[in-house]
Design a protein around this ligand. Structure first.
Ligand code: CMC
Length: 428
């Protein structure tokens, strides 16, 4: 196969190198096109633009495939646990027993946050959205770990920063919830799992005590795994872009959290439950909302439906749908929102509008049902997504630095006014 592609512009032919990924993906390297011809490429929303080469996650949207470091998401969700997947995504290989034990131990030892950081969390008004608190507090970690700001940070110091982030995000998230509901905080405990510790910090109380239901603990761990990475999505691209300016890991991930907050991205899981509640309050007329979603004059969209890259099905949604059924059954919860969600899915999957546009339920469609069943407040759903996505953000940031990628700086096509003379204020 030819290794170059020929582009003809204004009567001249330019040869551009072709590149191939390990799973047969194909790319044209256009990095020299402007120097050669004066042309840039234009692709609003980067719908067909690769920003990097990466060894972390493989995704085939047409076939509904998702793999991390070569392992299928189905295998990882069934056989692994979140910290093992985090290690895999960040370091490239599944950990050996001693590596896993030392990784887990270091994370547990670092879960406690500085009391001054706790004071910052407590300083937010209880009306603060937990994603805003999370983004601000993760950014504030730079103040407590100033060596993280060094662009030439040593490998060991960076690894300690990574451990601190994975260890402390659940504590920050749970304490911001305790502040919001006006209850005393719970400190992390050494003898509990990562997911169990988060649940304990969220829900323990001095009167009754609390130990997480194993079904809930394992469902949460699985949800974290399903969110662990998703290649160059909006928040991950944000993390890589911010990091490309040599901003610290904490600062870059704080920006990623803000990007994730948007309702078209991670914020969709909150929006899904709000949509299901709205439909229930409106008498459960699913057809009415399907029609609204199809109406181009209506801004309503079916939240939890559609995906930029999955055009067949989202493999994570399949696993989550089953997990939602299992969790609700085991906890004996009868959530009418699940029935509405299933009805929407059933109708939409047969409707020409959704079929012709390849719109399927995405990861956010059923995850909120599980979060709700296990007592997570709706405003915290996207925080749960962020906790799961953290290893992916870290791995992508680290890869970008290790590949010594240049600062991210897209071009544009200027379509504004040409040069014109300045006009004095009295003459405008
Ligand atoms: N409801 C109704 N119509 C939709 C929807 C939807 N949820 N999603 C896409 N469409 C239509 C859209 O109107 C357009 O129609 P037309 O071709 O007639 O103009 C067509 O489908 C293509 O949509 P698009 O907006 O051009 O596609 P995109 O790749 O830019 O957007 C998306 C992807 C996920 C932002 C979009 O599908 C959406 O807004 N979904 C709802 C929000 C959501 O669930 N987001 C979570 C994504 S998964 C979690 C994550 O990784 O962030």
């Amino acid at each position: 196969m030819s290794q170059v592609c020929k582009v003809e512009l204004e009567g001249k032919t330019y040869e551009l190198p072709l590149m191939f990924g390990t799973e047969g993906e194909k790319a044209i390297d256009i990095s020299k096109l402007r120097d050669l011809s004066g042309y840039i490429t234009l692709d609003s929303g980067y719908k067909n633009t690769g920003a990097t080469t990466s060894k972390i996650t493989f995704l085939d949207g047409e076939l509904g495939i998702l793999r991390h470091r070569g392992y299928s998401i189905e295998d990882l969700a069934e056989k692994s646990n979140f910290l093992e997947v985090a290690y895999l995504v960040i370091n490239g290989e599944l950990p050996k027993k001693d590596e896993f034990e030392s990784f887990t131990k270091r994370i547990k030892e670092n879960m406690l946050i500085h009391e001054d950081l706790r004071a910052i969390i407590m300083g937010f008004p209880s009306s603060a959205h937990p994603m805003g608190v999370l983004s601000a507090t993760v950014g504030a970690l730079t103040a407590f770990h100033p060596n993280s700001l060094d662009p030439n940070i040593s490998k060991d110091a960076l690894y300690q920063t990574i451990i601190q982030l994975i260890a402390q995000m659940p504590t920050i998230a749970a304490w911001s919830y305790r502040k919001q509901v006006g209850r005393p905080i719970n400190y992390p405990k050494r003898n509990m799992s990562y997911a169990g510790n988060f649940l304990q910090m969220m829900f323990d109380n001095p009167w009754e005590g609390y130990s997480p239901d194993p079904v809930v603990e394992s469902a949460l761990d699985k949800l974290f795994i399903l969110h662990a990475d998703h290649e160059q999505n909006c928040s991950t691209s944000t993390v890589r872009l911010v990091g490309s300016a040599q901003a610290s890991l904490f600062a870059s991930i704080s920006s990623g959290i803000s990007a994730l907050w948007g309702p078209l991205h991670g914020g969709a899981n909150q929006a899904v439950i709000e949509m299901l509640e709205m439909i229930m309050q409106d008498g459960g007329n699913v057809e009415k909302y399907i029609n609204k979603a199809k109406d181009k004059n209506d801004t309503f969209r079916l939240m939890g439906f559609g995906h930029r890259v999955y055009k067949n099905f989202d493999p994570r949604a399949k696993i989550i749908k089953k997990a939602a059924d299992d969790v609700l059954k085991k906890l004996g919860v009868n959530d009418p929102a699940l029935e509405i969600a299933k009805k929407i899915e059933e109708i939409a999957l047969k409707d020409e509008y959704f079929v012709s546009r390849s719109l399927y339920p995405n990861v956010d469609f059923y995850s909120g049902i599980i979060y709700r069943a296990i007592g997570i407040p709706t405003e915290m759903f996207t925080v749960m997504f962020a906790l799961g996505r953290l290893p992916g953000w870290i791995a992508q940031w680290k890869e970008m630095r290790e590949q010594k990628e240049p600062i991210g700086r897209p071009r544009q096509l200027y379509v504004g006014n040409p040069l014109r003379p300045y006009v004095d204020m009295q003459n405008r």
